[in-house]
Design a protein. Structure first.
Length: 401
């Protein structure tokens, strides 16, 4: 569904251009919608003469023309993101069910080594766009190349990570090619009868799960949060096809250019990659409780996580937040300390291999998903755990292990 200008009605007042947040309107004899449009509708509400409308009833695409599952293989500075490997694992399952090809789309410059790596992780083919103009991510550059590929090759499914880049790029693409997009999916499946992608995501604050389909347009697009899906398994014996090409892109295509990268001095909290997470909730009572959790985490070689309530209270930085509005994790061990187990938090950690819950309230919902539960005060239980770990270290030292 696109935004269009009814030329006979437009009075060229410029009101729409002033409110457009994306610079998607050019003023000529009448207002003209350009490729930056995301169909947000702000201009429709602002137009004083009703000259801007949503175009209804576009002709349906021929679904039979679209085949294949694509995964956007996001990379940063030549390093493949974990979410790309997770999407390959999920894309492989979907492609096998549909009896079709799995393709990874790789964009960048001088990253040929990643193309072979993607084959080893399970894709049948890599389409690799190599250009100096794609070395650093830009919305305009990446969107143009991907849209051109989609219009030329016609994939039926396109999966992207719900990263900062994915959340910027995916809606721009879906708007330009006039298809649907389901964001932040937690589960994907297919209806084999009509080859529809079943895209499941939390709705209404996580209180229910909605399964969304895109019946009339292609490709079917979804973004998936990092850490939700299992990673594909690397197989050094796998072979596949790498198609390298030079994208049709110029400096003029890129309106906003990255001049400099400045990395923050604050260490990044890599919750999604952690094997062990010690997480705290409102039951800690104060921000001082996280100092105790840090001691336990240090003993275990773990990362500290947190519930939304503690982040909102200012007890800990948002980078530590686990849950629907934070990060989705699946560590080998998740220790929930003073966390009641609200559904929004469970959505972000319930796939952990082993969950240990510590809470004074024996009726706390967290115990329903926990593999092991300890009913008690975290300020009594955790020091005992730390002491026990100290004793284990001493014992292992004595026996020479």
């Amino acid at each position: 569904m696109a935004i269009v200008v009814v030329g006979e009605k437009c009075i060229s007042c410029g009101a729409c251009q002033e409110v457009c947040p994306y610079g998607a309107i050019d003023m000529k004899d009448v207002a003209v919608i350009n490729d930056n449009c995301t169909a947000c509708g702000t201009c429709i509400d602002e137009c004083p003469v009703g000259a801007i409308i949503r175009e209804e009833g576009k002709e349906k695409v021929n679904l039979e023309d679209y085949r294949g599952v694509w995964v956007f293989a996001e990379q940063r500075e030549g390093n493949l993101l974990n979410v790309a490997i997770e999407l390959i694992g999920e894309g492989r399952k979907i492609a096998d069910k549909l009896n079709t090809e799995l393709t990874a789309i790789l964009l960048g410059h001088d990253i040929d080594q990643l193309a072979d790596k993607l084959i080893k992780y399970g894709v049948d083919k890599v389409i690799y766009g190599d250009s100096q103009l794609l070395k650093t991510y830009t919305t305009d550059g990446y969107a143009k190349v991907l849209c051109n590929l989609i219009e030329e090759r016609k994939p039926e499914i396109l999966l992207m990570g719900a990263t900062n880049i994915g959340r910027d790029l995916a809606p721009r693409i879906s708007s330009r090619i006039h298809t649907g997009l389901t964001a932040d999916c937690t589960r994907l499946d297919v209806d084999l009868e009509n080859r529809r992608l079943l895209q499941t995501r939390p709705a209404f604050g996580g209180n229910l799960m909605a399964t969304i389909i895109c019946p009339n347009h292609r490709p079917q697009m979804a973004t998936v949060r990092p850490g939700v899906m299992e990673k594909a398994i690397y197989d050094d014996t796998r072979t596949g096809q790498v198609e390298k090409f030079t994208p049709n892109i110029t400096e003029e295509d890129i309106k906003a250019k990255v001049v400099e990268h400045i990395k923050g001095s604050k260490p990044q909290v890599k919750l999604e990659e952690a094997k062990i997470i010690v997480s705290g909730g409102r039951g800690l009572g104060s921000p001082e409780g996280f100092k105790l959790l840090e001691k336990l985490a240090e003993k275990l070689g773990a990362v500290v996580g947190a519930s939304r309530a503690t982040v909102d209270a200012g007890w800990i930085d948002q980078a530590h937040q686990v849950g629907q509005t934070g990060k989705t994790v699946r560590p080998d061990l998740y220790i929930a300390c003073g966390i009641s187990g609200a559904i929004q938090h469970l959505a972000g950690m319930r796939e952990s291999k082993c969950i240990v819950a510590i809470n004074k309230d024996k009726n706390a919902p967290i115990f329903e998903v926990a593999d092991y539960g300890i009913v008690g005060d975290v300020y009594e239980v955790i020091p005992e755990l730390i002491s026990a770990l100290d004793n284990i270290d001493e014992l292992l030292e004595i026996v020479g292990v």
